[in-house]
Design a protein around this ligand. Sequence first.
Ligand SMILES: Cc1ncc(C[n+]2csc(CCOP(=O)(O)OP(=O)(O)O)c2C)c(N)n1
Length: 364
Amino acid sequence: MTRDAAHLLPSTEPVTLIDPDGHPVPHVGLDMPEPQALVHAYAALIAARRFNDQANALVRQGRLAVYPSSHGQEACQVACVQVLGDGDWLFPTYRDSAAIVARGVDPVQTLTLLRGDWHSGYDPLATRVAPQATPLATHLLHAVGVAHAARLRGEPTVVMALCGDGATSEGDFHEALNFAAVFRTPVVFFIQNNEYAISVPLSRQTAAPSLAHKGIGYGVPGHRVDGNDVAALLRVLGTAVERARAGEGPQLVEAHTYRVQAHTNADDPGRYRSDDEVTPWLSRDPIARLATYLHDRGLIDEAERAVVAARAEDLAERMRAGLNAETVADYRDLFTHVYAEPTPQLLEQQAMVADELSREEVPS
Ligand SMILES: Cc1ncc(C[n+]2csc(CCOP(=O)(O)OP(=O)(O)O)c2C)c(N)n1
């Protein structure tokens, strides 16, 4: 049996609706999102950038163990949440904290994992946000499972499953796509292709024409979008969600973006890429182009911008207050809920931590 594959192929170029200078780009079949949606996205982008900046500062102050920043990728973070309904699910990775906050989760609860205090600081069932996955692509299978279960129950749930370019080389990515396609599960696989998996550039990651092309082998339609253009993202991701909800099966969306900052604070990007490569991306900033577009059309004025900025400052203040407060964490809790019965390895690790803590200097 062979099937016609043409409808699965992504566009040759990523879809753009607002160019880097803030000018609209007509696109056959995709309208500009409503002004209200763009103004909403603007506020969310400003909040996401402020969140990234504050989280970076908290790492430098020793208040956060690590922070994988999504600076430069905020349009992806905001749009993938804005296209979801309350009953839908988000499956994020370690780099997607700003998306979780855009979903309405408390910023301090969002950072609990990265502070090292707990597996997830928020309630996944109440928020419909899965715990952030640090192992690459494992959560894509969980996302497919949740979507499959919802479909069996007759619920109209769509699952948005996020991953990076590097994660597409993992076996779990391929298993997730295959199962989702065969069982027509309502999942949108959203790849934020930021060009690097730590130090590995995309050219060493895949020989495919694009990551969106990877869907074709499984029967999953692929879509390519400018990852720094929130308007295009809202439309492309929005359409993907609609199709998945309408029973058309899983969709694969690849956003072309760039990781402007280091992988995490433990990384030195100067060892594998040059400033000459980074600089052009700064002029493709997702916030600047939307701000220009909105300003040119009189859709947002100075007073509204000031309100948005003040709200973002509020968010940063809440982050500082929450993360500067000392928590009382019992290290044993980290081991308790991993398995119903702890494995010998876990017990060994727990004993190691206990030993280390017992030898810590106590201030006199
Ligand atoms: C299964 C697995 N293998 C290796 C790692 C180590 N690791 C952490 S982040 C990373 C790179 C991931 O790159 P990408 O998927 O492109 O996401 P990005 O960090 O760029 O958002 C690797 C290899 C891991 N977390 N999980």
